[in-house]
Write a protein that binds this ligand. Sequence first.
Ligand SMILES: CCCCCCCCCC(=O)SCCNC(=O)CCNC(=O)[C@H](O)C(C)(C)COP(=O)(O)OP(=O)(O)OC[C@H]1O[C@@H](n2cnc3c(N)ncnc32)[C@H](O)[C@@H]1OP(=O)(O)O
Length: 201
Amino acid sequence: MSGATATDSTGGSALTPPPGAETPVRHPDAPEPGTPLGSHYEQCFGCGEAQSHGLHLEARAGEGVGVTAEFTVRPAHQGAPGLAHGGVLVSALDETLGSVQWLLRTIAVTGRLETEFVRPVPVGTTLHLRAHCTGVSGRKIYSSAEGRIGSPDGPVAVRARAVFVEVQLEHFTKNGRPEEIKAALDNPDQHKVVRAFEVNP
Ligand SMILES: CCCCCCCCCC(=O)SCCNC(=O)CCNC(=O)[C@H](O)C(C)(C)COP(=O)(O)OP(=O)(O)OC[C@H]1O[C@@H](n2cnc3c(N)ncnc32)[C@H](O)[C@@H]1OP(=O)(O)O
């Protein structure tokens, strides 16, 4: 390896805000720090309360354009005996990073996500996650996250950097399976309709 910064078809250093990127601005209607964000969609693998196989991750608004979250590793999340599966940990990071969009009131999907696995995470561990936005460049939203074992000040187990790409509602209505899209849109609770797709209220 030459040590040069990795580039790709997305036009540059993929996970670092480019020169000229805007400083992220917390939306004026973003919930106060400490406010639970709740599940954005009941069937979400990351946060859905009705998703029996899911992570049941609980996120809260943090300071600035940031969030905190907790996720307890259950036996269903194992890879190696007694240890969390790496993909499950990536899902927890993805969900936490995705929750940051709620403070920007932007609809965006994960374009790229890089994870560093620092320590194994045993079953029964509560992972304390935090994520914040590092910059915005056009439709690209850059963010980073970390997860610590046992407490917000515990040892770092995972770190991630990501770029999310802003999309329109049609991204979901055109690409999602019609029955779930219809059910989500037909929910009489308008707040839940908005949250399911993270549409600007
Ligand atoms: C409380 C809320 C909680 C929410 C939690 C949710 C957490 C979960 C979040 C997810 O996991 S979302 C599901 C996983 N992601 C996807 O399924 C996305 C699949 N990919 C796509 O749909 C499209 O590839 C995508 C929308 C990302 C981009 O397609 P577009 O055709 O809109 O992009 P376009 O080619 O117009 O590029 C727009 C900009 O984005 C850049 N770009 C495109 N794809 C990219 C990529 N993959 N990575 C990084 N940058 C990307 C591209 O270079 C360009 O930059 P510039 O404006 O500077 O030229």
